[in-house]
Design a protein around this ligand. Structure first.
Ligand code: GLN
Ligand code: ZN
Length: 763
């Protein structure tokens, strides 16, 4: 008999019930008891779904009101001292304080407390709250939530598998808040609490605990690798069955280590580490359970069940392990159910499996492996869907394939080297020294949103919508002229989202109505689905940019989202390499770039804020990724003449380890975030002798604060220490769409004043 289980389930609910309850609670509309009621009902429903799908256990411990790492911070009693909790506060109130901070009070005594830092959970778009550690950190079993939830599931009669983040991953994901201190030193203090937790679970009759150690898929320093054996030797003494769960990345040099740890079972990611399964089966002692994640927990496609059955049968021939099947990772990263997609095209809908459907796939696999005839119907249905997806003319567009195959070797190269282009562009635009510009968006006011919403609901005609947007564009242009900015933008009023806007106009994309995935806390995103070959039927931005250019003598910058960012923020097809899909998107953007150029737009920005987050978890895989990612960018950018200026923008500042690749993108101008790090990053650009022009952000757009002229002048002077004046641009850190007009105008005014003052000293 095969056992089936899931590593975790989405928390938000079919209709994002948790999101709405959380937000009502934060607004003070419902109390904690009512919120807890919503949580309890969601858990009950989600466990019921797991049982209905025939799972042998329900997973308990994956639920969270904000984030599961934050749950562990409370469970282990390591809330940072800086929050000043007295212990009198309710645990949920403290929890939301950790997650959301305390706003600065206006009174003299009031001191805000910033929330825990948030960062990306491995290479997903889920953000966790970062534990803070110092040499003073202590741990104790301090929270009952996990045990309450276990009892809850048991009271419904469910067999329970509890889920915990493992001690090494928990420490690894935290951050040291003290110099010269290694958080690994806290392991000794932390382990007794894990022992207590496991003992409690055992006393409650829980048979299995899934302990997640995803860091086994990372490049670990030796001290961390060495810590695994003693840690798990200690935890094994408790005498509860541990399923060590790894996911997201191959184990590689940690494979034999993972196999020999004294735990009852090992889960491996059968999608991202498919090639390792045979080796794991080989290394794993035969008395242990082998859990294989055969259903992709990171994507929305139906599983090819025949293919999985073939692999499992082959595995069965060579290994005698008790076999468990599961999704590759927690289902947290996929939407709830395809049932919610009434509006999707039926053929495409049939290709998809969200969380609920993925559970059912496990059931069919289990039945098929047991020779149960009940599997036959669903297997046939699945086969048919897989066939339809493979052969559908909507997926396959021979023109796109031919175009890609026919690209010349230098299709991703500009006509001339940068110095020649720079001279041509100087000649064409005659910009002043230290040209000023912005990153693209101007404030998305309530009127803009209302107009767009009305247009989408068919309450505003296309003509009236266009009129409303043109008015916004004209306003943005007029403001920029008043400010005397050198290179203008149209302001992106017509864009809801920088990926969705393009996805909606590209062939090969579709959009779900309800395919929400948690990003952080109550925030969810609805990524587009790239199901087929991508092409651009008609121009997407030319009319707006041309209109904006018609209003001014100054150069108007065209504004596009780059291929890697579009790829990274979508669910991507799994039937061809990501690099191929990236190249297809790149060619579509290239078409747009060329059309903008033809329409007289001489400066075009291709945003790539997501290039860095696409980096593989394993460093050895970076080079390959960066090579196709930068090629995709160049493909999109290189169809233009020397005197057309290509900008790119990235809004983060960790470039040090990928500078050569950033340079290889060969954008004429790059704008980046630097104000929050006090231009520190520029050292790296300076040392590297970054050859092209660069606009380090001189002010932080994440806050309404208006920086002074002196502040920005100081930052610019600092930038001039590493960047030659002739290559330096002046701009904010990122787009302004979340800001209001008054602070935007004030900040940009100061930015221009600072620039002009500095110019006089350089002339
Ligand atoms: N052009 C986009 C804007 O200004 C860039 C957004 C981003 O970098 N995330 O909003
Ligand atoms: Zn940005």
């Amino acid at each position: 008999m095969t056992t089936i289980h899931t590593l975790g389930f989405p928390r938000m609910g079919a209709q994002r019930e948790l999101k709405f309850a959380l937000e009502r609670h934060w607004r003070g509309e419902i109390d904690a008891a009512e919120l807890e009621g919503v949580g309890r009902a969601l858990r009950a429903r989600h466990w019921q779904l797991q049982r209905e799908a025939g799972l042998d256990f329900v997973s308990v411990g994956d639920f969270a009101y904000y984030d599961h790492v934050a749950n562990h911070i409370q469970l282990f009693g390591c809330e940072p001292v800086r929050f000043g909790f007295t212990g009198q506060e309710a645990s949920l109130a403290r929890y939301f304080t950790l997650a959301r901070g305390v706003a600065q009070e206006s009174g003299a005594s009031g001191e805000g407390r910033p929330a825990l830092e948030m960062t990306k959970w491995f290479d997903t778009n889920y953000h966790y709250l970062v534990p803070e550690f110092t040499s003073e950190s202590t741990f104790s079993l301090a929270d009952e939530r996990l045990f309450t939830e276990v009892a809850e599931a048991q009271s419904h009669g469910h067999p329970v598998k509890a889920v915990l983040l493992g001690p090494l991953s928990f420490l690894w994901l935290g951050k040291e808040k003290e110099a010269n201190f290694d958080r690994l030193n806290l392991l000794e203090r932390l382990l007794p609490v894990y022992e207590q937790v496991l003992a409690r679970l055992k006393s409650m009759g829980v048979e299995w605990v899934q302990v997640d150690e995803p860091i086994l898929g990372l490049d670990l320093p030796p001290s961390w690798r060495q810590a695994f054996e003693p840690t798990y030797t200690r935890l094994s003494v408790v005498g509860i069955s541990l399923m060590l769960a790894t996911y997201f990345s191959p184990l590689q040099e940690n494979l034999s280590l993972a196999c020999r740890l004294p735990v009852k079972g090992l889960h491996v990611d059968g999608v991202r580490a498919a090639r390792e399964i045979a080796a794991v089966a080989d290394w794993l002692p035969s008395h242990k359970v082998l859990s294989v994640g055969v259903v992709d927990g990171r994507n929305i496609w139906r599983t090819d069940l025949d293919e999985v059955l073939r692999q499992i049968k082959a595995l069965r021939n060579t290994s005698t392990h008790a076999l468990w099947l599961a999704p590759s990772c927690s289902l947290l990263h996929v939407p709830f159910s395809v049932q919610g997609e009434a509006g999707l095209d039926e053929e495409i809908r049939d290709w998809l499996a969200f969380a609920v459907e993925k559970l059912h796939e496990l059931r069919v696999l289990k039945q098929a492996l047991a020779g149960d005839v009940a599997a036959e119907g669903p297997l046939a249905q699945s086969r048919q869907a897989i066939q339809s997806r493979r052969s559908s003319p909507r997926v396959n567009n021979p023109k796109v394939t031919e175009r890609l195959a026919g690209l010349s070797a230098d299709a991703d190269r500009r006509l001339s080297a940068f110095p020649i282009r720079q001279a041509a562009q100087r000649e064409r635009f005659s910009l002043p020294l230290l040209p000023t510009t912005t990153i693209g968006s101007f404030p998305q006011t309530a009127e803009i949103r209302a107009a767009r919403a009305a247009f989408k609901r068919d309450e505003l005609s296309a003509a009236d919508y266009e009129k409303a947007m043109k008015k916004e564009i004209a306003h943005a242009v007029a403001e920029q002229e008043k400010l005397d900015i050198d290179v203008l933008v149209h302001g992106e009023a017509e864009r809801n989202d920088m990926v969705e806007y393009f996805g909606e106009q590209l062939a090969g994309f579709c959009f779900t109505g309800n395919g929400w995935v948690q990003s952080y806390g109550s925030r969810c995103v609805k990524p587009p689905i790239i199901f087929g070959d991508v092409s651009r039927p008609t121009p997407m931005t030319v009319a707006w940019s041309s209109y904006a250019q018609s209003l001014t003598q100054k150069p108007m910058k065209g504004m596009l989202t780059g291929p890697i960012t579009i790829l990274q923020w979508s669910f991507v097809r799994d039937d061809q390499p990501r690099s191929t899909t990236a190249a297809q998107i790149a060619l579509s953007i290239r078409d747009e770039v060329c059309d903008l150029e033809k329409a007289g737009i001489g400066i075009i920005q291709i945003d790539e804020p997501a290039i860095r987050e696409g980096l593989p978890l394993r460093r050895e895989a970076w080079r390959e990724y960066l090579s196709w990612a930068t090629r995709a960018f160049r493909l999109s950018a290189s169809g233009v003449a020397d005197d057309t200026q290509i900008h790119t923008h990235m809004c983060y500042s960790e470039f040090n380890d990928i500078l050569p690749e950033i340079a290889a993108m060969d954008a004429d101008v790059i704008t980046i975030e630097t104000s929050r790090s006090d231009m520190e990053l520029l050292d790296a650009f300076g040392k590297f002798k970054y050859p092209n022009e660069i606009g380090p952000g001189v002010y932080d757009i994440h806050s309404p604060r208006v920086p002074s002229v002196e502040e920005m002048e100081r930052l610019l002077k600092k930038a001039l220490e590493t960047i030659p004046a002739g290559n330096l641009w002046v701009n904010p850190d990122c787009g302004l769409k979340t800001r209001g007009w008054p602070e935007t105008n004030a900040a940009l005014q100061n930015m221009v004043t600072a620039t002009k003052a500095l110019r006089t000293t350089l002339a």
